[in-house]
Design a protein around this ligand. Structure first.
Ligand SMILES: O=c1ccn([C@@H]2O[C@H](COP(=O)(O)O)[C@@H](O)[C@H]2O)c(=O)[nH]1
Length: 240
């Protein structure tokens, strides 16, 4: 089967596993498909930097999804450590504020002064795709629409010098209108038609998400929990 390489590069597979050996088996099963690989907190906390370095040695683009959110000085230090790993993308919570996001960018510059390498794409998490309108208003206590909240975070992230945001595909058109087409959007909350939504709330299919103009889609369980993950990824690639 021939693979649409351009589409594959814009699909991030979430390696949400407890142990390195499970993630390694998944990566082996996807061999030859140039998808992005996303390492989140579950795998990073157990497998650590060595796992990220192994993916980089295999030539993968890696998104380190640790969603940093702390005081500016701590985030700057954390970013210095992860920028030295040579990841292609990482993120911080936009809710940490402009000063915290600026500190993240300073952390990148400091790491790259010490060890030269390509500059990672730094993105801000807006409203988690598991957060519904009701949860945001009634539990978290943020007023207004989710879309407006996402746009405020996106503007703040852009003002702090970040390259883009994580949001749901439902907000992509407004993010691009507000921040420009070059402002990167990374969209989880992706479910092929008929797939179980699980804990996600703001969802679209892969085809719909790309039709909104998103740059990257993030997909975990529809691939990792499939009986044949490679076939699931190939079907998604073929659908977009
Ligand atoms: O708002 C966000 C930010 C990050 N994620 C991450 O994306 C994947 C989605 O996995 P699925 O199994 O496809 O639901 C997961 O690693 C999340 O931590 C997100 O879903 N929403």
């Amino acid at each position: 089967m021939s693979i649409n390489l351009a589409a594959a590069k814009r699909i991030m597979v979430a390696l949400d596993y407890a142990e390195a050996k499970q993630a390694e088996a998944l990566v082996r099963s996807l061999e030859g498909i140039p998808c992005y690989l996303k390492v989140g907190m579950q795998l990073f906390y157990s497998a650590g930097p060595a796992f990220v370095q192994m993916l980089k040695e295999k030539g993968y683009n890696v998104f380190l999804d640790l969603k940093m959110h702390d005081i500016p000085n701590t985030v700057k230090g954390g970013v210095e450590s992860i920028a030295k790993l040579g990841v292609d993308m990482f993120n911080v919570h936009a809710a940490g504020g402009k000063q915290m996001m600026e500190a993240a960018m300073e952390g990148v510059d400091k790491a790259l002064q010490a060890a030269s390498g390509p500059k990672p794409i730094v993105i801000g998490v807006t409203q988690l795709t598991s957060t519904s309108q009701a949860v945001m208003n009634e539990e978290i206590g943020i007023e207004g629409s989710v879309e407006d909240a996402v746009i405020r975070y996106a503007r703040l992230a852009q003002a702090a010098g970040l390259h883009g945001v994580v949001a749901s595909p439902l907000e992509v058109v407004r993010i691009k209108e507000t921040c420009g087409s070059g402002f990167v959007t990374v969209t989880p909350g992706i479910r092929p038609a008929g797939a179980d939504i699980g804990d996600q709330s703001r969802v679209m299919t892969p085809e719909q998400a790309f039709a909104q103009g998103t740059d990257y889609i993030v997909i975990g369980r529809p691939i990792t929990a499939a009986p044949d993950p490679r076939a699931a990824l190939e079907a998604i690639i073929a659908s977009v």
